[in-house]
Design a protein around this ligand. Sequence first.
Ligand SMILES: [Zn+2]
Length: 412
Amino acid sequence: MIVRARYLVTRAGDVVENAELRVDAAGRITAVGRRTRYPSGGPEVIDFGDAAILPGLVNAHVHLELSGMRGRVPAGADFTQWLRALLAARANETPASLEAASDAGVREAVRAGTTTLGDISTSGCSARSLARAHVRALAFEEAIGLATDAAEAGRALLESRIGAVPSKTGLLAWGVSPHAPYSVSRELFRTAAAVAAARRLPLAVHVSETREEVEFVKTGRGPFRELLEDLGAPVDRFVPPRCTPVRYLHELGVLGPSTLLVHANYLDDDDVTLVRAAGSAVVFCPRSHRFFGHRDHPFARLRRAGVTVALGTDSLASNDSLDVLAEMRAVAALPNAPSPSEIVAMATSAGARALGLGDRAGVIEVGREADLTAIALPADTRQRDVEEAITHAAARVVATVVQGRLLFEERN
Ligand SMILES: [Zn+2]
């Protein structure tokens, strides 16, 4: 197969005009270069016309099983109010409805140009949706619980779920996600980290998402304490570590080079130093961030320190679409927006690195599998403006290719 478009962005900052790439039957890129002529009867040619072909977009944080929650969970006065409303809505779901929601979420993500997803699943159902959809994915299985027996139960659950869905394509990889400092006991954090280390799997942890979380970890008090008491969690036995959530993870041995920190909205300078020293990555969810009314995200400070910052949508319980291009636009609209090229990197190569897939996804080059997103651009777009045009309202995804297979193509 030969794939063409007016522009090819082989990696952030590298835009080629009138280029094409060749993909073999196994889905691997065999050539990237200037457009050539083929006699009739040659390989199949797909030409996306006035479009840019990018390395496939990476959504580094999503909860696919919550894809039925769009518009159903109000932000509330603080995060714990939202969490209460989410738990109430979730109580009505069944394994079948969560899996159907997961399937719908993957379809939406693929139509929005996503080729790689970092998904966290509480129910364990979304790995099946991911495998069916032929997308590249990290399926993070969640561990949650503050009870004394949570650690052993968590280990058993993780061991039963990890690897339970076969992946003949090699597109599905596994990870472990101890949920958050307010919902996971010290023992469960250590157990989850040990399960991940023994199998060389990445970790994903929600951390420093809210001021209330920081307060709870520092003092054991605040809205999280009230929420946990109402849920019947043994919060009396929770001894607050009396430090920041990031330092707490560091002391538990959870920060490391294959740890993905989700949100990390409220960081002090010491936290940034710890994250940098550990080599952990951060995923910023711009529109979910706005939904909750958080203060400015520290992505610029993190990037200056050399930390990989990826983009995610979070779930449809705090966002209105699973659309990475919309997240890129939201970043471009911020007062401290990075350059268009840096935004493209956040949604491609940084996302791949954050998920431990830096050697497989995030750039277009010979020898790699073809994960591609084609984005239609106005016909008068100049080569030097391509990356900026991608974040303009007129740009739209017209095709999604994973491992050389066309999963979505806009039909006129
Ligand atoms: Zn999340």
